[in-house]
Design a protein around this ligand. Structure first.
Ligand code: SF4
Length: 363
């Protein structure tokens, strides 16, 4: 299996928590210069890898592109016939005509940037959409028979109550959305919120409340029939994300676009983040991964998935028992963070809360 990630770095406004590679668009000519360089990069990889199983167009905000720009982008990808073809959508820059383009070009999955259904929290995050825009986007996608929809949800927002979170989850369940990615708000360096935090102008949710909220997210989606298949991801009717599962099972993916990274033929690739450099030559560096790094990455990613690590796979692939390779894992079993079930090593409920502690074993 092989995936292709395509990065569109333009946004109409910058969210206060965002540390992705993005900037406000400088207009059509600027967008087209980028899309032309992107097309060249896509074609250069296509010569080497003429088949991909998944495409994921992310950002930034892909729907910040105009109709004509989207057509240029989609035309750059028509040589591929992926089984899963995803695009990220922000409700404020979506319209039905863009949805029709998705349909025309074979896009069969949409990831919708919702984050919360509370206007006061959306405003605090500097998100520009309304609930009406979200509902209209979902109606439009469903009318085009694009049913495979993910909604991004953020919890542990400033001043968010447990009741607010319940209401957000209620709304997603009522909308009958098959996939949810739910993350707690992380304050990343160099974001607006991190500057505010340093000046005591931002109140961070305390750890206990954040843990309570994660419990609520896990319980509510499980009760509603979702499978909790990765630390932060939930799917109904087996509509798990094939593209993200490629990342978590250490399979190859090509990364194209500003600041994109990839993993291909046991090399990690890193593109330039500066537009002026990217346009001239996208690739900043390509780093060979040694066998130990590959093994450790593989095991760490597998542990993020709730099915865990197949212990027999470890023995046959890596010629050792996992506890010989990583004796400190035994302590985490004793501490109740890990459990062995059906020959799989998995995070327990408590381990899901404290995953980062366990993952340090592999770093
Ligand atoms: S829309 Fe997405 S990429 Fe753009 S600023 Fe907001 S979080 Fe970042």
């Amino acid at each position: 299996m092989r995936g292709l990630y395509v990065h569109i770095p333009f946004c109409d406004a910058i969210c206060h928590y965002c540390d992705f590679v993005k900037h406000v668009s400088k207009g059509h000519d600027h967008n087209m210069r980028y899309l032309e360089a992107l097309r060249k990069e896509i074609l250069s990889y296509y010569q080497l890898y003429p088949h991909v199983d998944t495409i994921y167009i992310g950002g930034g905000t892909p729907t910040a592109l105009s109709h004509d720009e989207l057509i240029y982008l989609f035309e750059s990808l028509t040589m591929y016939q992926p089984v899963e073809y995803t695009i990220e959508v922000n409700p404020e820059s979506y319209d039905h005509q863009k949805g029709q383009l998705f349909k025309t070009y074979g896009i069969n999955r949409v990831s919708l940037g919702v984050q919360t259904f509370h206007q006061k929290h959306l405003e605090r995050l500097n998100r520009k959409h309304t609930n009406t825009m979200v509902f209209e986007t979902i109606d439009s996608l469903k009318s085009l028979d694009i049913q495979n929809i993910n909604v991004d949800l953020i919890y542990a927002l400033e001043h968010q109550t447990v009741e607010d979170l319940h209401q957000d989850i209620d709304t997603i369940i009522k909308l009958d959305i098959p996939h949810v990615s739910a993350y707690s708000l992380i304050i990343e360096e160099k974001t607006f919120f991190s500057h505010q935090l340093k000046r005591n102008k931002f109140i961070q949710t305390d750890e206990d409340t954040e843990a309570t909220m994660y419990d609520i997210v896990m319980d509510r989606f499980k009760e509603a029939g979702y499978e909790h298949y990765e630390i932060s991801n939930y799917a109904k009717n087996n509509q798990t994300s094939l593209h993200n599962t490629l990342y978590w099972t250490l399979q190859d993916y090509i990364g194209v676009g500003l600041g994109a990274h990839g993993f291909i033929d046991k090399k990690r690739t890193y593109n330039h983040k500066a537009m002026s450099k990217y346009i001239i030559d996208p690739l900043k560096e390509s780093v060979d991964q040694d066998e130990t790094t590959l093994r450790n990455d593989h095991l760490l990613f597998l542990l993020r998935m709730t099915q865990g690590i197949d212990l027999n796979m470890v023995k046959s692939n890596y010629k050792h028992d996992i506890f010989e390779l990583f004796p400190s894992l035994i302590q985490y079993i004793d501490d109740g963070l890990l459990i062995i079930e059906n020959d799989h090593l998995k995070l327990t409920r408590r381990g899901l809360q404290l995953g980062n502690l366990v993952f340090m074993v592999f770093i």
